[in-house]
Design a protein around this ligand. Structure first.
Ligand SMILES: [Zn+2]
Ligand SMILES: [Zn+2]
Length: 276
């Protein structure tokens, strides 16, 4: 279905470095990027342009634009979101989405990779020593940083060496303290994020290769989760998944996977009754 076809990777920031080899090897596609595509117009991490709509919608729009610009009928786009872990909370988390669109066969597949492997952080600093401590925790200089002045205006982004960090910090100090420092989450300044995107690409391949048992269409993936996995201690239902439900977008065929995480009970740590 995909062998020998061209596939446009609708990304900036060199994400294709980690996505293309995975897709080419598994699907036999020929990947290329579209240099005219400015995905920054659809929202930036550094906050100059606010992203509108959900991450999935933003990813879909990137694919649509890339296909319009290149005339290619096969595209993949990527979208990342950062924040607190949706279940555990307080732990910084990277959620990556890959959106696959095949216009020829009317297929759209979305996969997500949720990872706590991220340096995502931000802080207000008063002096260079505090900035240095933040930088070291954020794996600088292999990972980039952003400096903003006290009003939140970007002084510099993509800072990836100590000299530049010191120079830009002094520039920000002239405007006033505190200076805001943030991790630069753009993929080309964040190797840790690149690894999560790569893991997501493998997940995408698995989803594409999973075909519907009824009609054979690719993308027979988990579309819903049913909570209620019983707590190991009190046996009351927890919020953890008891079942995963896979649905075919083409013919509507569905099946249920009981105990999707290969366990029949949940750790009481995640039980609202035992550990409220
Ligand atoms: Zn089907
Ligand atoms: Zn319990």
């Amino acid at each position: 279905m995909f062998d020998g076809r061209d596939l446009c990777i609708a990304t900036m920031h060199q994400k294709e470095t980690f996505i293309a080899p995975v897709l080419e090897q598994a699907l036999g596609v020929r990947c290329f990027t579209c240099s005219e595509l400015n995905t920054d117009l659809m929202g930036t991490f550094t906050g100059e342009i606010e992203r509108s709509g959900t991450p999935v919608e933003a990813a879909r729009q990137k694919c649509i634009r890339a296909m319009a610009l290149t005339g290619c009928d096969l595209a993949v786009s990527s979208e990342g979101s950062f924040g607190s872990h949706p279940v555990v909370g307080f732990i910084p988390c990277d959620e990556e989405i890959l959106f696959f669109c095949d216009r020829k066969h009317h297929i759209e597949i979305v996969v997500r990779e949720l990872s706590t492997k991220t340096n995502f952080a931000g802080d207000d600093v008063q002096d260079f020593e505090a900035l240095k401590q933040f930088a070291l925790r954020a794996r600088f200089p292999s990972h980039g940083l952003i400096l903003k002045d006290l009003s939140g205006r970007v002084i510099a982004k993509g800072i990836a060496d100590w000299d530049k960090l010191s120079e830009k910090f002094n520039q920000a100090l002239c405007i006033g303290v505190p200076v805001k420092v943030e991790t630069d989450m753009r993929a080309h300044f964040n190797p840790t994020r690149m690894r999560v995107i790569e893991a997501c690409a493998h997940k995408l391949v698995a989803a594409i290769k999973s075909s519907c048992p009824a009609c054979g269409m690719p993308g027979f993936v988990v579309t819903d989760a049913e909570p209620g996995l019983p707590c190991e201690l009190c046996h009351l239902p927890t919020r953890s998944s008891l079942k995963h439900i896979r649905t075919c977008k083409n013919c509507g065929h569905r099946n249920e996977i009981l105990y999707p995480h290969q366990k029949q009970f949940e750790d009481p740590m995640y039980c609202d009754f035992c550990n409220p």
